[in-house]
Design a protein around this ligand. Structure first.
Ligand SMILES: [Fe+2]
Length: 163
């Protein structure tokens, strides 16, 4: 079975899933997930490639390709919850809290390797970084589909603008 067919069969019946249910659905098709690398795209408007491979009113599945020495912005996922799988390479998943002034402060770094799963609870602020020499590819599922995502600038970058 192809990855797209497996995703369709597994995710089409989910209604308002939790992040744990999304993770379990990914685990149910684990043998197909390494094929996510076949759907990676090169960066265009962002420092990473982003390819929506399946979408319904309930959820969407996205393949993220972070090249060597690249990263996403620090961001949240609006009202969505998510789960993800590392299909290739290694990713640092950094989680942040907002300080009293609304600037993100680092809370933890997780090293995620090929075959690892991770989840994004509602409201989580994070950044994915690939400081390594090989590309990283991950497959993400969000419910509901992403909208009103907020990006955050670290305080040090805000200072760059004013000094
Ligand atoms: Fe994210």
């Amino acid at each position: 079975m192809t990855l797209l067919r497996a995703i369709e069969q597994t995710f089409c019946s989910l209604k308002s899933p939790t992040q744990e249910e999304l993770k379990q659905a990914l685990q149910a098709i684990e043998h197909q997930l390494s094929a996510a690398s076949d759907y990676k795209t090169e960066p265009t408007q962002f420092p990473y490639g982003r390819n929506v491979i399946y979408q319904t009113p309930e959820l969407e599945v996205i393949v993220i390709h972070i090249p060597s020495a690249s990263a996403t912005a620090i961001h949240n996922h609006g009202t969505s919850v998510g789960a993800a799988y590392v299909a290739a390479g290694t990713i640092i998943n950094s989680k942040f809290q907002l300080d009293a002034y609304g600037y993100p402060t680092l809370e933890s770094d997780d090293v995620l390797q090929e075959g690892d799963y991770f989840i994004a609870p509602r409201g989580q602020i994070h950044q994915m970084t690939n400081p390594f020499h090989t590309s990283a590819v991950s497959l993400h599922v969000y419910s509901p589909p992403l909208s009103s995502v907020t990006r955050y600038l670290p305080y040090t970058e805000v200072l760059d603008y004013v000094i």
